[in-house]
Design a protein around this ligand. Sequence first.
Ligand code: UD1
Ligand code: CA
Length: 443
Amino acid sequence: MTVRAIVLAAGKGTRMKSSTTKVLHEVCGRPMLWYVLQALRAAGVSEIIVVTNGELQPRIDEFRVQGVVQKEQLGTGHAVRVALDAMAKQPGRVLIAYGDMPLVDADTYRSVLGALDGSGALALVTARVSLPSNFGRIVRGNGGVERIVEARDATEAELAIDEVNAGIYAFQEDDLRGAVARLRNENAQKEYYLTDTVADLIGAGKRVAPVVAKNPAHVMGINDRAELALARAEMNARLCADHMREGVTIVDPLSTSLEPELTIGRDTVIYPNSSIGRLSEVGERCVIGPSSRLSNAQLGDEVTVRESSVADSRAGDRTTIGPYARIRDGAQLGEDVRIGNFVEVKNSKLARGVKASHLSYIGDAEVGEETNIGAGTITCNYDGTRKNKTVIGRNVMIGSNTSLIAPITIGDGALTGAGSVVTKDVPAGARVAGNPAKPLAAK
Ligand code: UD1
Ligand code: CA
């Protein structure tokens, strides 16, 4: 039978002290909410509805789920009621999760669904934590869980209970609808507590099954920036572990930042202080780092990126980049390209074997195979209004400190002397030098 899920994410998250709604804060490059939805989908949930606020709702489409706005935050029980009003009545199980729990994995959602067998109305995840704590306390009687009491409504004796409510529930749909309709807001916060459904269902003679979380740290919600940093550390450690298990060497996971949805080939080595993100793909036997940053980068096999950054760009097999190079904005480096220190390549296509070893800017250019770009060469692509193109053929020798005033074309096999300022196209095989560059007498 289909499993549907309701994710509560309408809370403002006051303790974040932020103009951004809480569940949009990022953990390893993805909003917290993204992880919750991923885990629910991995657990087999087929339909998800997110209870949002006015700020989250306009962005909900990017998460490929239905969103429903809870105009006033009258409590978790009220939020669920808002969701149920937007859902078709349909027998089956409904998972409820909070959007600020990015570390909860699919197994936890599966286990709570598994605990809701034929005779039960509700299964919920509990956790043993150290006290004091702000979590709702699980009050057990001789027959099992009896009710949940929120910390602010609890007696001294109840506050001493170290089993708490994680905030993950699986309900039978009809039991959920009934219990939520009966909620009252007679409590310290004048809110409709979803947690009061426990006592309600027990009172109606139904069964409530607790599932104790294996790792309490993973079911902790994120409420402030310190907890956000802890969640990031845990998620990053998981991402590193996943790649190491698949044959990637990560010399220092603590100083390496990864994001979800990366491809990294076997025997690639990542040195310290490096980050890889935005759907990057890294081939096999590459060397990344130390101190490198890849963002939406596509690298072939045996590529080296040392103390450099590659953004929105690709590089072919055996190409080496760095130290201190910047490759950006749609640069396409072919195979066996050599990019050395203090070289910037922007929106340019460098064919196989091109070398630019020192101190150059190559922008809006096309460079043919095996061409050598001398130290200090600049493509002067901007004339104050427009970005102009530089086309350099194959086997060209651009002398040190050449300025190429675009738009310009340098033919195959041509040569420019050191210090040239090239203002006119250079035919194939020609040799020019000077400012402005003039043809040299044939040798
Ligand atoms: C809730 C539980 C508590 C549990 C804890 C676990 C209730 C009453 N209490 O407390 O037992 O130990 O979570 O983290 O459920 N939300 C809405 N609309 C609202 C109120 C909240 O969408 O009107 C959302 C929030 O965005 C958040 C989630 O529900 O994602 C939990 O709300 P929060 O106020 O953080 O509940 P807690 O006090 O932490
Ligand atoms: Ca909370």
